[in-house]
Design a protein around this ligand. Structure first.
Ligand SMILES: C[S@@+](CC[C@H](N)C(=O)[O-])C[C@H]1O[C@@H](n2cnc3c(N)ncnc32)[C@H](O)[C@@H]1O
Length: 276
């Protein structure tokens, strides 16, 4: 197995970890670096060089990187420490290897594989809550939903289990598409979720709800298409943005307008409406 090791200045360690999560990794471990003033971020993006190169392409110019052969990846270590994650009083995300643990209410059983999204990241939690609030507040569940950057499929599965009939889930990371297909089946939602690596530019039609938990620069790049695929009167939920640092993303999505902002641990989720 291969680990990707990124070396970044201590002051940029958090940013570097966010970039790695935004690129779809499941876990990151910080370790001391032999380079003064720097830390190493160890992560795993699968063993294929093409997947590793795709993540390397997202790194800032000043950060170093190397690929190391390992017996156990960071994701494996992290698996041993994983625990069920409450989303609401009525919904818990349960790692598939802990399926026997008892929980109250409904559950989503998840194995993220090499993809991002066991459900514990603040941006995932914020997006899930926005989704559930919207579905519960509607007289009938939205009919069509698009999950842009589906990772493990956690948001798409929550939507399908909440009653959305037609869920499309897309991701540029092949491991994420695989994980979404497997997790959808694991939760009995395979018939409602179509997962693929289709680029957003090629997605046709419009959706009542669009979810996009990807980093701010990606949201800006995708803004025209996010607006295009959100149906008139529909809802777009963006996350992956830092609290107080998303005005440029909202500007790129204009004339969509902000309906609500929720914040958790320094991250924000912004709900935007497209005029009917
Ligand atoms: C922060 S993770 C979110 C995963 C999951 N939706 C969640 O909320 O836990 C971001 C995901 O977006 C994917 N991604 C990044 N850029 C993308 C793009 N341009 N189009 C589609 N997916 C993208 C990454 O591969 C990664 O799986």
């Amino acid at each position: 197995m291969r680990s990707l090791v990124v070396t970044a200045p201590v002051a940029e360690a958090e940013l570097a970890a966010d970039v790695l999560f935004g690129a779809g990794v499941a876990a990151v471990e910080e370790r001391p670096s032999e380079t003064a003033g720097c830390v190493e971020l160890w992560t795993h993006v699968g063993d294929e060089q093409v997947a590793i190169d795709r993540v390397i392409a997202t790194l800032a110019a000043g950060w170093g990187h190397r690929v190391v052969d390992v017996d156990e990846t960071v994701a494996d270590t992290w698996r041993r420490h994983a625990a069920p994650i409450p989303v609401t009083d009525q919904l818990t995300i349960v790692p598939s290897w802990l399926d026997e643990v008892e929980t109250a209410g409904a559950r989503i059983v998840l194995d993220p594989g090499s993809a991002f999204g066991l459900g514990d990241h603040p941006t995932t939690q914020l997006t899930l809550r926005a989704l559930l609030r919207h579905v519960e507040g509607a007289s009938t569940p939205p009919r069509r939903l698009l999950d842009v950057g589906c990772g493990s499929g956690v948001l798409a599965i929550a939507a399908a289990l909440a009653g959305v009939d037609d869920v499309q889930a897309i991701d540029i990371h092949a491991g994420a598409v695989e994980a979404t297909v497997a997790n959808a089946a694991r939760n009995g939602a395979g018939g409602r979720i179509a997962a693929s690596a289709t680029p957003l530019t090629d997605v046709e039609g419009m959706f009542d709800v669009v979810l996009a938990n990807v980093l701010a620069p990606v949201l800006v790049d995708l803004a025209d298409d996010l607006r295009r695929v959100t149906a008139p009167g529909g809802l777009l939920v963006i996350s992956g943005v830092l609290d107080g640092r998303f005005d440029h993303v909202v500007a790129a999505l204009s004339p969509m307008s902000v309906r609500r902002v929720e914040v958790l641990d320094g991250w924000a989720a912004v709900e935007l409406g497209r005029p009917g």
